[in-house]
Design a protein around this ligand. Sequence first.
Ligand SMILES: [Zn+2]
Length: 440
Amino acid sequence: MEMEELTPHIQELQRVLGDKIDEEQLASELNKYLNEYHVNIDAAKRGIIRKYGGNDTATFVTGNALVKKISELTGTEQNVDITAKVVFVDNKEITVKGLPKQIISGILGDETGTASFTVWEPGALVLAKGSVYHFRNCYCKTWNDKVQVNLGNRGRVEPADGVKMELPERQISAASSEVKIGKIKEGMGNVTVTGKIVSVEAKEITARGEQKTVYSGIIADDTGKIQFSAWSDFGLKEGESVCISNAYIRGWKGIPQLNMGDRCEISRVDEVTNVVDTSANQKTVDEITRIGGGLDITLEGLVVDVRQGSGIIRRCPQCNRSMLNGACTTHGAVEGVMDLRLKVVLDDGTGAISAIINKNDTEKLTGVTLQAARGLAAVQGEGVVGREMTSKILMKRIRVVGNVMSDDYGPSIIVKSAESVGVNIEAEANKLLDEVEAAI
Ligand SMILES: [Zn+2]
């Protein structure tokens, strides 16, 4: 990319980063991401913003705000004005990096539809249910194919006095619809699926003081796999093919689960032969963001950031959770057990995701073992360990497999296994060539 082509991108970065970095430095950073790390321009901009401590990349703004109706929102808007009625509003406290934070969330509606919204920096803002407001400088994202309206630092809310708005009645369908497993999403309601039982087990659990058996496992078809659970014994066996009707979908942190309740019916069907390879389930970050979560997902991307909480950490000896300032949130002050961990941001060109990597894979990826880390920490302090690991992993391409979960801050993957990937120059070059040819 030529220098003059970079200018608008540099200007855009300057607007986001302010005086945190000067223009010359920005140009050289951008050049490094594009020409040394070989990432695309969007990934480069996100990486630089993260590195220099800019806010959420969604605050990227180009030009003036658009004015849209809710049904016109695509979920990609970076700066949009919406006039809408507050259908539901909830003032909530959430936890960000261990600290409480107030937000306002709820549902907005206009004549064309409804969307959920979040005001991330409400200050003294009070929203009244049933009132109409102008929501200015919003940015949108999608979640389970539904648009979410967000107001960040730049967002403003103004009362729309005198604006009347009639909302259409919502339609709710209760019929059980037949779906492919790969298309299942949280909040889907009543579904019918046909697939093969990959695994099943019975577990004893205590629910409200009562001993119960829960039957759970994995079912797969040619499009995906999903965890199921049932309170009654349907006699499911590994390897058999079944049609499950009237099951319902529950989500846990963005991972959809198939629940077989009282109304559920099972019928044995002809063998479902075409089943996804349940060991490999490669997705892009963009795909994951749309789905919200999933099991055993493979992702490949560039490590564009190493987050705080990487390096030597201490875990509670009773519950194994990581401790903060010498204390476990459940068990208080305890003598922590030393462990290694990486919290990184992976960018695959379609988007970014947080990845939490355990000790064994951290050792494998960085070459820094827990023993070496202990030694290094004893001599030079624990901060040095984090910096040493960062220098080994930053801007390296890695492939990870794990479970993806989502919260208000986007998706993260709890890594079960990780490996570094050598950049295949030839393949990259061919890919580029194909793209160039396709464009002609
Ligand atoms: Zn604990």
